[in-house]
Design a protein around this ligand. Structure first.
Ligand SMILES: [Zn+2]
Length: 344
């Protein structure tokens, strides 16, 4: 397997302020831990460029792109939870450019590429919130669709928040299988991602939502993953897998209430890498959300260990589920809703 990572110093300017949960220097710290553990040398390192306006416009409305540009000049607020600091247009375009660049490398002989500033899944075509400006996942998909004429994209979004922006964009597109595991929207932002939302019209079955009850631990989560993700991936046969590997599902994360542990991330990344090797050999890893500055860097490290199949990943005590029956129940419901489309 051949792997690459993209990084730009300016990534660390994606900083929404001192009092904001999003931590600006995460990309720098991610690179630092890989260096410290002697793993950076296993990756080719590339410096990405900003996505152009034409790239953004493959997904976003012109009026929305203009709105972000205006805010970026004056400073302001994109939404109640998302301040728009001066210069954010350039930095958000760079983040999207990084995902595009990493995606393109998968067509130049690399099997797995990583963007440490990616996975902005709350951005819709014409509006956004949740610390996101441009949906780099969709921007990458539309760029690759144009350039390489792909017909089967798979998104595996394991960030603790539902990827509502990505879902809005692809709810009626059967060329994009959009799978999201997240904390139940009745208990967490953005409130969407119900199990019965499975896609519209002829795209029914191509949106997959698994909402977990608060308190779900790594064991139940992994079991649910194994029951749902490998069979769907094998049946869909994606031409590329985009893995939004948010780690805000960790028990120490201040924004959410799932109880995943470091080793959960290793096992998830390992299995997704194996699935990509078995199908398309093209895996784009977008290191999504994570708001505990220590835990999130360690969790990202374990994801990279999983990608590389390294055994020296970090471990901690497992946290028992508070509602194992609730998890079993929701997995059975999902299987029922998807029964006409996938053999599960
Ligand atoms: Zn998140």
């Amino acid at each position: 397997m051949k792997q690459a990572i993209v990084y730009h110093e300016d990534y660390n300017k994606y900083d929404l302020g001192i009092d904001h949960p999003l931590i600006g220097d995460k990309p720098k710290n991610t690179i630092a831990i890989l260096k410290e553990k002697n793993m950076l040398s296993e990756f080719s390192l590339f410096t990405p460029k900003k996505a152009t306006e034409a790239d953004l416009l493959r997904v976003h409305d012109a009026s929305y792109v203009e709105h972000v540009k205006q805010l970026s000049q004056t400073g302001g607020w994109l939404s109640e939870d998302t301040p728009a600091p001066k210069g954010i247009f350039e930095v958000a375009s760079l983040a999207a450019g990084g995902s595009m660049f990493a995606g393109e490398k998968l067509f130049e002989g690399y099997n797995c590429t990583v963007n440490p500033l990616g996975g902005f899944h709350h951005a819709s075509k014409g509006h956004s919130s949740g610390f996101c400006f441009f949906n780099d996942i969709a921007i990458t998909i539309e760029y690759l669709r144009d350039k390489h004429h792909l017909k089967r994209f798979m998104i595996i979004d394991l960030d603790v928040h539902h990827g509502n922006g990505t879902q809005d964009i692809y709810i009626d597109d059967r060329t994009v299988l959009n799978l999201s595991f997240h904390q139940d929207g009745r208990t967490l932002y953005p409130g969407t991602g119900r199990v019965e939302t499975i896609g519209r019209d002829d795209a029914a079955g191509y949106t997959v939502n698994l909402p977990f009850p608060p308190g779900t631990g790594g064991m139940s989560y992994l079991k649910a993953f194994k029951e749902i993700v490998p069979p769907i991936t094998r049946q869909f046969q994606p031409e590329i897998i985009l893995y939004q590997s948010g780690v805000d599902s960790h028990h120490a994360d201040p924004l959410a209430d799932l109880n995943l542990t470091y080793q959960t991330y290793y096992h998830l990344a390992r299995q997704i890498t194996e699935l990509s090797q078995e199908t398309c050999k093209k895996l784009l890893v977008l290191l999504g959300g994570g708001y505990n500055s220590t835990a999130c860097i360690k969790s990202y490290y374990n994801i990279i260990c999983g990608v590389l199949g390294k055994q020296d990943y970090l471990e901690e005590a497992d946290i028992p589920d508070t509602d194992p029956e609730g998890v079993k129940n929701i997995v059975s419901q999902l299987k029922r809703f998807l029964g006409d489309y996938w053999n599960l």
